[in-house]
Write a protein that binds this ligand. Sequence first.
Ligand code: SF4
Length: 341
Amino acid sequence: MKPFVPKLVYFEPDALDYPLGQTLYDKFKGMDVDIRYTTSHNQVRNLPGESDLQKYRVAKSTLVVGIRKTLKFDTSKPSAEYAIPFATGCMGHCHYCYLQTTMGSKPYIRTYVNVEEILDAADRYMAERAPEYTRFEASCTSDIVGIDHLTHTLKRAIEHFGQSEYGKLRFVTKFHHVDHLLDARHNGKTRFRFSVNADYIIKNFEPGTSPLEQRIEAAGKVARAGYPLGFIVAPIYIHEGWEDGYRHMFERLDAELPAEAKEDLTFEFIQHRFTKPAKRVIEKNYPMTKLELDEEKRRYKWGKYGIGKYIYPKEEEEDLKTHLFGYMKQFFPKAKLEYFT
Ligand code: SF4
């Protein structure tokens, strides 16, 4: 699983006035990547491809280098106060990914070069709430680690929050390309989370992301670099042998993590769910998927704006909880369960 290299890169011309814009331009020029220009990162049109499916594939390997104009951050309750916008979109091809519905016609990846302006805005949010801590989530609209080997934006942010008095950073990833982040001066202010799952789910539904083994090794490195660590198990998905699949995942984590890391671990559990609009998009983008999307086998839960979601029936949900909570307690008795949803 190699680090992501885009096949096509667009620049907003003004992005070249920023040091990161220039660095990225030089980097891609040297790599012989096809470079084009766009007036706005929100309006990249005419991507190559004959069909919608081809265009979608091309978009997922297209990087747009732009300037983040909106410096008003969205809220990101309950795990953080704000979403910090360093990037949008992802090169992964997880069949169930919610970005397919939220990004609609713009599935390409955007990175923003005005990092210092974004961090200044974060400082203003922190100042408003001081002396309370303000937590920023960096992976609401992308898998930021997946492109950070190119931009080092996340590394810059980790060090920024490391020096801050009242700021904390968190993010989650399915990629193992973390080596450049290991020496960042994080001062314990960043919680580094990995999204993990049973092998079956990763193999069948998460193409274009790192295998479980590599994610777990990366988690070990991150723990040894002294970062507070966390795991999101999502989507928890019932499949043949799921009990063993999840047990094996916990066993591997237990074997990899150093004892100190186990003192301060967090777990977030999210069962598989889908909405009707998401089902339509998944079937369009991944027509051969084996992902089970049968409303009849699920329980309907009312949601915001009238769009409800389909989750597991009560009995199966309880079974999932019993197993997952049990493994967590058995292998990591000191871990904190943040939520099951
Ligand atoms: Fe979506 Fe995360 Fe998969 Fe990227 S890695 S496609 S953000 S679920």
